[in-house]
Design a protein around this ligand. Structure first.
Ligand code: ASP
Length: 441
């Protein structure tokens, strides 16, 4: 092979729902010879009345496994693929494929096998349209158990079978389970396949093509028309996704990060948009803004414990946390003062246990006061541009004070790339907007 870079491109279901979508995708692939390995999802919805093919396959499985009539649903799925094949004007023997699926359905099919057929057929159709190789994931992505692959084996098989091919299409979402049958990842798992293939072939870039032009700096439900993040480090991404920002399947980030591989989130409908690049380390001088993004979630509670001279009492924190451990409760943040300690936890995890928690903490550390406050939202303000820059927290406080929002907690992560703020749930959207406007507008 000539010495060109290697890109792995994953196209999501919304990019491959119709024959018109396939043509757009094929143009994107063909416009760059580095786009050698193409991972695909099953057809998504092309309009709101339609269902994702994966959802239809699940429906089909549910009916078939109860020995009910599944054929109407199977026919609907077949019609979706027929539209694609007819529109692309390719020769593809859909009848034989569906006869086989039907046969498996009437025998009581394996769920994962049936549910994976959307990816399988989409990959075969795209490979045929591009006149390139189809390389099945079955027998190549080797699962040890659900969602856990034998990485070494998988990487070596994929490398062996892919590296000499000029271009290949690989179905996302599934592989082979320990029992030798098809096994799928959890929903949205084609992102993971894309990352695994990227790692295995030593790609220079993993392009994840979807229906958004990258990752937004903030949830558009809070801020109208927010800016897109052009570059973000893996550490920043982790902070934002932990706080609810969604871009990729979480498990897709790990293999790419491990391989120190950049991921580029791109929009199939606007292929000229550069999207967001996720990198192990963003080159110096890139952030235009001090912050990279803001994310947050409602649904937290705080347990605040006050005791005079708490600071001098040995083991205080440990005793409080041991009470939470007793009821299997993990904490999110523990900001402390000289005589106070607050533990932020998930609200749903303490509902109904408040009295027990208070009693136990009272017994363990005999505090002056314990207050449990529910209805807290946490907001993460994330940015590598904040490191060594004084006054960021002050600006956040001022922005919130100007909106008359009380800050319940502020906690700076030790990596200095994030500041977490707790506010009352009812102030959440307003607070996010205020912080965004302070740093970005
Ligand atoms: N088709 C599967 C799903 O809808 C996997 C994927 O699209 O990534 O979850």
């Amino acid at each position: 092979m000539t010495d060109i870079g290697i890109k792995v491109c994953k196209f999501g279901g919304s990019s491959l729902a119709t024959s018109a979508d396939f043509k757009v995708v094929a143009d994107i692939i063909k416009s760059d010879e580095e786009r050698r390995y193409i991972v695909v999802s099953a057809p998504g919805k092309s309009n709101n009345n339609e269902e994702k093919v994966t959802d239809l396959l699940i429906k089909c499985y549910d009916l078939a496994s109860k020995k009910q009539d599944y054929r109407v649903v199977l026919d609907e799925i077949k019609a979706r693929f027929k539209e694609i094949i007819d529109g692309l004007e390719i020769n593809f023997d859909l009848d034989t494929e569906f006869e086989l699926i039907d046969e498996k359905c009437s025998d009581g099919p394996g769920k994962d096998y049936l549910v994976s057929r959307g990816e399988y057929l989409n990959a075969r159709i795209l490979a045929s349209y591009l006149a390139c190789s189809f390389v099945d994931s079955e027998g190549r992505l080797m699962f040890l158990k659900k969602d856990v692959l034998d990485d070494e084996l998988t990487d070596s098989i994929l490398f062996e079978d892919l590296s000499e091919l000029k271009r290949a299409v690989i179905p996302g979402f599934y592989g082979t389970g320990p029992d030798g049958n098809v096994m799928t990842f959890s929903r949205g798992g084609s992102d993971i396949t894309g990352a695994i293939v990227s790692r295995a072939v030593h790609a220079d870039m993993y392009e994840n093509w979807t229906d958004v032009s990258g990752m937004l700096m903030v949830d558009p439900k809070c801020v109208e028309n927010p800016k897109t993040i052009s570059m973000i480090s893996y550490s920043e991404l982790r902070e934002l996704t932990y706080m609810g920002a969604t871009v990729l399947h979480e498990d897709a980030v790990f293999p790419a990060r491990q391989a120190k591989l950049p991921i580029n989130i791109r929009n199939t409908r606007f292929p000229d948009d550069q999207g967001t690049v996720i990198l192990p380390k963003v080159p110096a001088g890139v952030p235009k803004h001090i912050i990279t993004g803001i994310a947050g979630k409602k649904g937290f509670a705080s347990i605040t414990i006050e005791k005079n001279r708490m600071n001098a009492e040995l083991g205080f924190g440990r005793k409080v946390l041991s009470v939470l451990e007793e009821i299997n409760l993990s904490f999110e943040h523990i900001p402390t003062g000289i005589d106070t300690m607050s533990v932020f936890v998930n609200k749903s995890a303490i509902v109904g246990k408040e009295d027990y928690i208070k009693e136990r903490i009272q017994k363990e550390v005999d505090p002056d006061e314990i207050v449990i406050y529910e209805n807290i939202a946490l907001i993460a303000v994330v940015g590598r541009g904040m490191v060594n820059r004084p006054g960021v927290a002050g600006r956040i406080f001022t922005a919130l004070a100007n909106e008359r929002i009380t800050v319940k907690m502020i906690d700076q992560g030790s990596s200095c790339i994030n500041i977490i703020i707790g506010v009352e749930e009812e102030n959440y959207e307003k607070a996010v907007r205020a912080i965004y406007n302070e740093f970005v507008k």
